[in-house]
Structures are given as C-alpha cells and as structure tokens.
Design a protein around this ligand. Sequence first.
Ligand code: FDA
Length: 302
Amino acid sequence: MSELARKAILAAATDRRVGAFMRRYGMRLGAARFVAGETLDEALGVLAQLNAKGLHANTTLLGEDVTSREETAAVVAEYRTVLDRIAERELRVNLALKLTHLGLLIDEELAYENLVALLGHAAERGNFVRIDMEHSSVVDATLRIYRRAREARHDNVGAVLQAYLYRTPDDLEALLPLAPNLRLVKGAYLEPPEIAYPRKGDVDDAYRRLLERALAGGAYVAVATHDESLIDCTMRLGYERDRFEFQMLYGVRPRLQLDLVARGFKVLVATPYGPQWYPYLMRRLAERPANVLFLLRNLLAR
Ligand code: FDA
C-alpha cells in the first residue's frame, strides 16, 4: 500500500493545482518541519542550533532544473555568500547542491564551471561540497562532472549513489579508485522498474551490499538513511569511526540523530532552505505517506 501511496504522491507533485495549493499554504501547514526557512538568515539560526547540539550539518539552497544562465549565476553568488557566512560564524556546516541548479540541463560545461568556482571558494574556507544525486536522466553527467573535478585535484567534493538504481554497483566500482567520499542513499525519485528496484525490500538489500562494498573498497561513506537496520548494520561492520558518518534529513527522526551523537558517532543533518521548497517537500511526503497526515492535521487545526 505504501509503495502505491509513494508513487501517487510523486505523481501528484507534478499536478499544477496541487502545486499551486502547496506553494501557497505548504510552509504554514508544516513544510517548516523539513525546511530551515525561506532565507539564509533563518537557515543560519537553525544551523547554529544543530551545531550546538553536537550535530554537523549541510545546507542547500533549494532549487533544481534551472533553465537560464542568469539564474545559475545568482545561485552561485548565493552559495558564495553561504560559504562566507558559515566561515564567519565558524559553523560545522558544508554545502550540498544539485547540478541542475547550477545549469546542468542547459550545458554540462556551465554546470562544471559553476561547480569548480564553488569548490575553489569552499577550499579557501576549508569547506566541502557534496553533489546531490538527482533523477536518473542526469546520473551519467553528474558522475562525469564529479570525476572531472576530482581529476582536476579538487578534493573537497563528494558524490551520492542511489541504491535503487540497478546500475549503481558498477558506478561504485568505477569510483572506488578515486578514494571517493560517497553518500549512500536509497533514492528519492520516481523511476521506472526497467532501471530501478520497485520493491523496498530489494532497495534495502542493495543498500546493504553497496555499503559493505564501499567500506571494503576504501571509500569514506556517509550512511544517509533513517533506517535503523542499516544504521545497525553499519555499526556491526566494525569500521573505525573516521571511515563513515551518519546523515539524516532535518525534521526526520531528530531523537535518533541525538542518540547517535550521544553514542559518539558523527551525525550530519541535511538542512535545506529557500523559497523553492515545493519539490523537496513532495519527496519527503512520498518517503513517508504518514507525513501527508501530519500536514492535514495542521490544516484541520487552523
Ligand atoms: P526508509 O524510507 O526505509 O525509512 C526508514 C524510516 O525512516 C521510516 O520508517 C521512517 O520512520 C523514517 N523516515 C524516512 N523518511 C522519512 C520522512 N521523509 N519523514 C519522516 N520519517 C521518515 N535521495 C536522492 O535521490 N538523492 C540525494 O542526493 C539524496 N540525498 C539525501 C541526503 C540525506 C542526508 C538523506 C538522509 C537522504 C537523502 N536522499 C537522497 C533521500 C533518500 O534517497 C531516501 O528517499 C530517504 O532517505 C528515505 O529513505 P530512508 O533511507 O530513510 O529509508
């Protein structure tokens, strides 16, 4: 049932009427549980609070699938400011960004140049940039850009692999010689069964196999999941704690985040902000259809 609900929510996300309603009321209905505000100032306050609790964080200016060069320039300018403000406040916060936000759908070269500009700015401030993984149509280009950046000696960059894609074990093998910093996720987009496991159990098994292989193959692994069986599995594998970290989303399982910190593990909370939060929120609802009830309860309580 929840597989069906997940697909229905992801499909509804593209409906114009649902979109208009959610953009208008979503923040007030409860999107703020998952998004650290619409402005950088709001986000910085939330990030500082997370740090004060012993959590690391990354932040993302929400937005994707940009189709104008001018817009990508504005995104790069905002990310430069974000890096400056993080450095000023000495926060333990890095960036996580999407290449389609930097222009990947316009021109791969543009996305690469924008990325490299930010990697340089981040490196000067001792910071790190994670490239999120998006829908399957951009996986090849995203991995190409990651490899190119690493080969150009930008070492402050990490990639993401999605366990639901059948191709991912091969992608992992191809990346291991780079000693990559990899975030491992289950995968959040609506993908056809020809290219991605449709059943959750198969995705979980694939995740476990990738986790074991990535650690055995020398990668640093960001175990990005709220799934306690995978978190336990990571611990049971018995690697030193400087080989991996746990990552979770802002607003999801906050008690588990703090429990892990109390047990001495590094935990990073992915904490996005910005006015373009709608597609991000819909992916969070699809991961857990009960979140729709959370929003509806807020609506009824008004
Ligand atoms: P699963 O969906 O099995 O959930 C396990 C348990 O966690 C659930 O039973 C529930 O208790 C809780 N939970 C999970 N999601 C929840 C939610 N939204 N709200 C409330 N509770 C929830 N994907 C992608 O395609 N590209 C990317 O770059 C990233 N980046 C990324 C970064 C980080 C830090 C995280 C944690 C996740 C991503 N993702 C992602 C999303 C990822 O692919 C996946 O959709 C979600 O993490 C949900 O899957 P879980 O691994 O948590 O397991």
